[in-house]
Design a protein around this ligand. Structure first.
Ligand SMILES: [Cu+2]
Length: 443
């Protein structure tokens, strides 16, 4: 990667002809750059109205600077390397060192100026999904603006007319650029701090990739057969947990820029969807759920009272989406006699291993894999293998968390006597006579 100093110099030079008359090229703000894959601490506002900042799973919020009464951000579209989970790195396109790009966090009524510098090998634009802005700022290449050529910088200027949760992504060679991971979230806090305040506020965007085992680049022409189901371009066990203090009111903002819907499910609680990319849902229209479907090209935000301590699975309910690189060519062998199968296969291939006749539970038996891919089902909890992948993480609700502490609190210490347990069956087989009266049962 280039150094920050070198980058700023060339960016200012390259963009001199592209910026509008209202802004001088010399005044382009610094473009912060992060390539860490863990959630960065919330970015508390340094000026303007106060708000409780969001945290981005495995990501960060983009710092801004004030220029008069404008909030100025600088996005740099560029190739990045993203680790999906330990053992797998993928060459993606993103913004400011990461894919997805940083969350852009502002306040309702803010005047926002976003500089976009293109460091990709092809042109791009940025579209502001769900935001009410002038047509010429909508970022649809060819329709509302010229495409941003490589090396050039464009400026988007608009007022944040309404609060809520929105997304950004290119509207320029869209199929390729979205399949390469170019996307991010926009959070606009209400100007009135008493409007539906929460204690913790998480945000992430869902995207999917097909990265064949042993390769490092997504297949951008893939339409349906993806094998990497990601939250912020991470898969279990690489997705950050959601640490929550017992009793906190928690907001989770979920964007979907993948090519299919994801029914997102939280264990141990019921929640209400309070906001979409269209705006806040009136209280009278909210209802309790434990799973909410997030359609393609949409945002769903739910609020939940974290009143049940523990380690709570939080995941997409399509079971194929909680797996990593999975071959779909596997035969279904459930119910097939393992002995017969082993004998039949053994004749053809003496070294073959018959497996999966009682399901696919493999426990710790991870087989040797090609370079740069991930086991289909993986991860270990305090009681053994978790056997998940893809869109799965854990909301960790603890009594003893400090207010702004987002560090992983480790596994839950279950109070004695609260964990499902094994019983020892009686020594003799219980009688199972059909229709026999209970009193005749011999124990
Ligand atoms: Cu899903």
């Amino acid at each position: 990667m280039y150094s920050r100093r070198g980058f700023l110099g060339t960016a200012a030079l390259a963009s001199a002809s592209a910026v509008s008359g209202r802004v001088q090229a010399a005044s382009i703000p610094e473009a912060p750059h992060i390539d860490k894959v863990v959630m960065q601490p919330p970015l508390h506002p340094i000026s303007g109205p106060d708000y409780r900042p969001v945290v981005t799973l495995n990501g960060w919020s983009l710092p801004f600077r004030m220029n008069g009464d404008w909030k100025e951000f600088h996005l740099v579209a560029e190739p990045v390397v993203r680790e999906f989970a330990e053992g797998m790195k993928v060459n993606l396109w993103g913004y400011n060192g990461q894919s997805p790009g940083p969350t852009i966090e502002t306040v309702e009524g803010d005047k926002v100026r976003v500089f976009v510098t293109n460091r990709l090998p092809e042109y791009t634009t940025v579209h502001w999904h769900g935001m009410i802005i002038p047509s010429g700022m909508d970022g649809v290449g060819g329709l509302t603006q010229p495409h941003i050529q490589p090396g050039k910088t464009f400026v988007y200027e608009f007022e944040m007319k309404k609060s809520g949760t929105f997304m950004y992504h290119p509207h320029s060679d869209e199929m390729v650029q979205m399949a390469m991971g170019m996307m991010g979230m926009v959070v606009v806090h209400p100007r009135d701090q008493s409007f539906r305040p929460v204690d913790r506020d998480f945000v992430f965007v869902m995207s999917t990739y097909r990265v064949d085992p042993g390769t490092y680049l997504p297949q951008v022409n893939e339409m349906t057969d993806f094998n990497m189901w990601t939250w912020n371009s991470r898969v279990f066990p690489g997705i950050d947990p959601l640490p929550v203090r017992l009793g906190d009111k928690v907001r989770v903002r979920i964007g979907n820029l993948s090519m299919t819907n994801h029914p997102i499910h939280l264990h141990g609680h019921s929640f209400a969807v309070t906001c979409t990319d269209g705006g806040w849902i009136p209280e009278s229209a909210q209802y309790p759920e434990t799973t909410t479907d997030v359609p393609v090209g949409a945002v769903r935000v739910f609020d939940v009272l974290a009143d049940n301590p523990g380690d709570w699975a939080f995941h997409c309910h399509k079971s194929h989406h909680t797996m990593n690189a999975m071959g779909h060519e596997v035969r279904n062998l459930i119910g097939v006699s393992r002995k017969d199968l082993a004998r039949a296969v053994g004749k053809l291939a003496p070294d073959a291993m018959a497996m999966g006749s009682t399901g696919m539970a493999m426990g710790n038996m991870e087989m040797p894999a090609p370079d740069n891919t991930l086991p289909m089902m993986t991860g270990t909890g305090q009681f053994g293998p978790i056997e998940m992948g893809g869109m799965f993480t854990v909301m960790k609700i603890r009594e003893d968390l400090a207010r702004d502490d987002y560090r992983d609190p480790g596994p839950y210490k279950f109070p004695q006597g609260t964990v499902a347990y094994e019983v020892t069956p009686p020594a003799a087989e219980p009688a199972r006579q059909q229709g026999a009266p209970m009193k005749n049962m011999k124990m």
